[in-house]
Design a protein around this ligand. Structure first.
Ligand code: CDP
Length: 232
């Protein structure tokens, strides 16, 4: 049975899964209900990608990328509109969601130096517990001792449809294009050598295909209350 440190009455929750499974929405709502801090690790990979692109550094250029990783300062701030992301003090919240970043991010995420620096930052953010962290390698690599691990999935079509609906009327991309971009990102994330996207053996798999967001959130909150009681 997991033991909590000292008199802590909080646990860490890892939510992993492929693109568009609803992780960030679910993780944010779960954190809100539990009074925990939500950490979107994908935003950190996106922030690195955005910064590298601005400096014309490609994912294969190890030296310049290492230098960038030594100096980059990434901050995540919860706010009314959700989480804001800052790089070296600049608000990049919207910029990191561009298509240019989205289609390149998995290449930067395959870099060892990028992963080791970001994993360290992510572990530091979770030392005091009470964190809901979403990503691809949280349960397997970043927080292997997280008390609750969820692997959130849905069919590629469902995930593409969800993203398509989020984009609304001004979507500059068709549903089929979106589906193939998501499938390609899955392929890169699952196939990379370092910390690939894979379900941790002790993660609970939730297929969100036929479920509403509220249903997914309440089942994770329920599971976390059980874990919390067990760990005490
Ligand atoms: O688009 P979506 O919200 O699903 O992706 P994201 O969570 O913003 O993550 C963007 C990309 O960052 C992923 O496709 C992965 O390549 C990478 N990533 C990662 O490698 N490890 C993480 N812990 C989080 C994201």
């Amino acid at each position: 049975m997991a033991q909590l440190d000292g008199d802590s009455d909080r646990i860490n929750i890892a939510i992993d899964g492929p693109a568009g499974a609803g992780k960030s929405t679910v993780a944010r709502l779960v954190a809100g209900q539990l009074g925990y801090v939500y950490i979107d690790t994908g935003a950190m990979y996106r922030a690195v990608t955005f910064s590298a692109q601005r400096l014309s550094i490609s994912a294969e250029q190890h030296e310049p990328l290492s230098q960038l990783m030594q100096s980059i300062r990434i901050e995540l701030e919860p706010g009314e509109r959700g989480q804001s992301v800052f790089v070296n003090g600049e608000d990049v919240t919207d910029k990191i969601r561009s298509r240019e970043v989205t289609v390149q991010v998995s290449y930067f995420a395959a870099s060892g130096v990028v992963r080791s620096v970001l994993s360290r930052m992510q572990r530091d953010l979770a030392v005091r517990k009470g964190v809901v962290m979403d990503g691809r390698d949280i349960g397997t690599h970043v927080l292997p001792n997280a008390e609750l691990k969820i692997f959130l999935t849905a069919s590629v079509r469902d995930r593409a449809l969800r993203r398509f609906n989020e984009l609304g009327d001004n979507a500059a991309i068709t549903l089929d294009q979106l589906e193939s971009e998501i499938a390609e990102r899955d392929r890169l994330d699952e196939g990379r050598e370092i910390s690939p996207l894979i379900r941790a053996t002790d993660a609970i798999e939730l297929d969100s295909s036929g479920m509403t967001i509220e249903e997914v959130v309440s089942s994770i909150v329920q599971l976390s209350r059980t874990k919390l009681a067990e760990a005490k």
